[in-house]
Design a protein around this ligand. Structure first.
Ligand code: AMP
Length: 361
């Protein structure tokens, strides 16, 4: 069985590494040079909307999935008719536009920050009047890892925000004064079996995930998060891994965004859960029985962004699991991560502090 993956980033690489023991083979489509995916699978070099490259991918594989969200939905509708294409194209489309995504959340009664579409300075002024300041102006499409965002903290920021981002369709969101950020990750198979991982608590800075701890034990929030995730899965007749990122404000979940793919805040599951998100994604899209999502101990995952400690430094940390993506260092680029699984939350927090203290070069 050969699986085609659109996008050959680190997520695709980890999918392949999880799939090989199951006897699967992987073919990637990506136009980048020196991608993490090609270290572990065959690569077809081409843009995500290149019809010839997509046709070649469909020819070579039995089933197609993706590891990035910016796959143009119109370009892949054709191959989605030739081969099973999972997660569904509709879920991919909804995740690409923050306005569509939040409108869907609202329709499914999943709480969101207050929001408004912004296509002009007048719209932005009306939105800030109705929703209030502070708030965040975001591009509707192609925003990730904090790109395409402007925090409006005072009335004078409104025009500056508009002149910085105003060339593309935007969304204005009320600022959520959250106590923490959490994410729920779950798998749904083509047979309708669903399993959810324990919540992870995530720390971002400059819009990029820095570290996660899991499980974040809060039975009430876990139950609400699973309810919302299952609602979304049912809506899309979903198959694969689905993620929702939430803010926690006054003990309630407020959805920020969804990702129809394996997620950085689930990397801890490779060593910290009975079955990793990567293996469960593969099982789910192939209609195989899902593996247990139970946590094994207490995990901390730290991203290396822009620069990394040396291998020697990392491997000196007792019990560390290191994943280097084999990428050239560049500012804000995710180069690798490491996870520690401890027997208690106290030991995990100690390990997290040790990991964060590692000097990068
Ligand atoms: P996003 O690109 O939407 O995932 O946003 C990246 C990060 O910016 C989030 O993880 C939050 O830390 C912060 N952020 C985004 N939207 C809001 C909001 N409405 N209120 C407060 N913080 C936000």
């Amino acid at each position: 069985m050969k699986i085609g993956v659109i996008g050959a980033g680190q997520l695709g690489r980890m999918l392949a590494l999880a799939g090989y023991p199951l006897g699967l083979r992987f073919v990637f489509l990506d136009q980048g040079n020196d991608t993490p995916g090609e270290q572990v699978g065959h690569i077809i070099r081409g843009a995500f909307d290149d019809p010839a490259a997509l046709a070649e991918l469909a020819k070579q594989v039995d089933l197609i999935t993706f590891d990035v969200e910016n796959v143009p939905v119109d370009a892949v509708r054709g191959i989605a008719k030739q081969r099973p294409f999972l997660p569904p194209v509709e879920a991919l489309g909804a995740s690409q536009d923050r306005l569509d995504e939040k409108t869907l959340f609202r329709k499914l009664k999943i709480p969101t920050p207050e929001f408004a579409a912004v296509d002009s300075l007048q719209d932005l002024q009306a939105a800030t009047n109705r929703i209030g300041i502070p708030g965040v102006l975001k591009t509707r499409r192609l925003g990730y890892d904090g790109r395409g965002q402007y925090f409006i903290r005072k009335a004078e920021d409104v025009e500056k925000a508009w002149s910085t981002l105003g060339t593309v369709p935007l969304i204005y969101e009320g600022f959520v004064n959250f106590s923490r950020e959490v994410s729920i990750i779950g798998a749904r198979s083509t047979r309708g079996e669903v399993r959810c991982y324990p919540l992870a608590a995530n720390t971002h800075s400059e819009g990029i995930l820095r570290h996660s701890i899991a499980p974040y034990n809060n039975a009430r929030l876990q139950k609400s998060a699973e309810t919302y995730l299952k609602r979304l899965m049912k809506h899309f007749d979903y198959a694969g891994i689905l993620t929702i990122e939430f803010f926690v404000q006054r003990g309630q979940l407020i959805a920020n965004e969804m990702a129809p793919r394996v997620h950085n805040s689930g990397h801890w599951t490779i060593e910290g859960a009975q079955t990793s998100q990567f293996e469960n994604h593969v099982r789910a899209i192939l209609g195989l029985p899902l593996g247990s999502t139970a946590a094994v101990g207490h995990s901390a995952m730290v991203n290396f962004i822009g620069a990394m400690p040396t291998l020697e430094q990392i491997l000196r940390v007792p019990g560390v699991h290191f994943h280097s993506y084999g990428k050239e260092p560049r500012p804000n680029r995710k180069l690798g991560h490491c996870t520690i699984t401890a027997t208690s939350a106290i030991a995990r927090d100690r390990a997290l502090r040790a990991l964060m203290k590692l000097k990068v070069s």
